[in-house]
Design a binder for this molecule. Structure first.
Ligand code: SF4
Length: 374
């Protein structure tokens, strides 16, 4: 029997791959569930911590496998709403930003799926970074595990001050950090399988939201995966002209095509969709836009989130006046389920929607996760 290659990161394997490996190692199949539970429910990072595995098996694992973890490099907490932005170095040496947002009894973590982003949305600081790399599945899940471990250890002064919820457990996940999750499709789907697996992290799919710019074929593919997760579509405009200006991907997948993918999502999953609408002064915030938006989403079971633009350095886009936002909101509420206007969390630490950006000097050294003055 040929031996598997050395140095397998256990967290890079899907459950089926782990099972296959266990069989190759000549161990009983139930070991897969045991290892899965150590990795994802107990959050261990050393093979010797898996105490229900025999010494000899652990020894063998140590010669052939390892366990990745996200190393905390920096963190900063909002004075306004206690959101916390973390900078982690994940396996492969990548630096990635993750945000934890407390809201009543909810503790939502906003995960990044890529280093930078290729989508180049005009309102987004991550887009200004350009695209570096896709994160592997372990790079995505390790962000979650590092924060979960921090919450449970309760040794972090920031987190103790904040108190969050009594359970100190992450309750919700949104893929709204750095990157377009559906452009890193396979790794994000694998991460959601780990997040929802009963032997894994065991979150309900309904507590996980994938937010996309509208990669129409991927939306349809995701609908057919049966993951039970929720979909948010970053719409942001009611005409192709404005949307293409704000989101160049609209050239490839114009509004009509995206809306048809969204209808497919609703029909296939039976779940409503959330439309995210970042409001930008003078571009998409008129009453005509509000009326057009109502028509666009007509007959689609949905919720609409209005997000007044969070200003970023290097952009000439501006936030609309509050009364304009409220007027827009009022029109929508006459016809649709609209959430209260979302004044994003973490604005003072540049952790709000579209503000994540790792700053590098010319030699490529990361300088700071501190807020970019706008
Ligand atoms: S909004 Fe999302 S998809 Fe667009 S550039 Fe930013 S990270 Fe990428």
């Amino acid at each position: 029997m040929s031996l598997p290659p050395l140095e397998i990161n256990l967290k890079s394997l899907s459950k089926a791959q782990l099972l296959e490996q266990i069989v190759k190692w000549g161990e009983p199949k139930y070991r897969a569930a045991q290892i899965w539970s150590w990795l994802y429910q107990k959050g261990i990072t050393e093979i010797d911590q898996m105490t229900n595995l025999s010494q000899s098996f652990r020894q063998m694992l140590k010669t052939q496998t390892w366990i990745s973890k996200a190393q905390l490099k920096d963190q900063i907490q909002s004075e306004v709403d206690r959101s916390t932005k973390f900078l982690f170095r994940v396996a492969g040496g990548e630096d990635v930003e993750t945000v934890l947002m407390p809201d009543g009894n909810r503790l939502t973590v906003c995960l990044s799926s890529q280093i930078g982003c290729a989508m180049d949305c005009a309102f987004c600081a991550t887009g200004q970074m350009g695209f570096f790399r896709n994160l592997p599945v372990d790079g995505v899940v390790d962000q979650f595990l590092a924060i979960q471990t921090k919450l449970q250890e309760n040794t972090d002064e920031y987190i103790r001050q904040t108190k969050f919820n009594n359970k100190r457990k992450i309750t919700n996940v949104v893929f709204m950090g750095m990157g377009e999750p559906l452009a890193n499709y396979q790794q994000v789907v694998s991460a959601i399988r780990i997040l929802t697996d009963p032997d894994g992290i065991n979150l309900s799919g309904r507590r996980i939201t994938v937010s996309t710019v509208g990669l129409a074929p991927r939306i349809q593919q995701l609908a057919e995966e049966g993951l039970g997760c929720k979909l948010a579509l970053s719409l942001n405009a009611t005409t192709d002209e404005i949307r293409t200006r704000l989101m160049p991907i609209n050239h490839r997948y114009p509004i009509r095509e995206i809306m048809s993918a969204v209808r497919f999502w609703v029909e296939t999953t039976g779940m409503p969709v959330t439309f995210e609408y970042v409001m930008i002064r003078g571009l998409n915030d008129s009453l005509v836009d509000a009326e057009r938006l109502c028509r666009l989403v007509q007959n689609i079971p949905c919720k609409i989130n209005l997000i007044p633009f969070n200003e970023i350095e290097g952009s000439d886009l501006h936030r609309p006046e509050e009364r304009r936002v409220e007027r827009f909101h009022r029109i929508l509420t006459q016809h649709h389920r609209v959430a209260p206007v979302r004044y994003s969390k973490g604005r003072d630490i540049a952790a709000a929607c579209g503000q994540l950006r790792t700053i590098y000097d010319q030699a490529g050294t990361r300088l700071s996760i501190n807020p970019v003055p706008s």
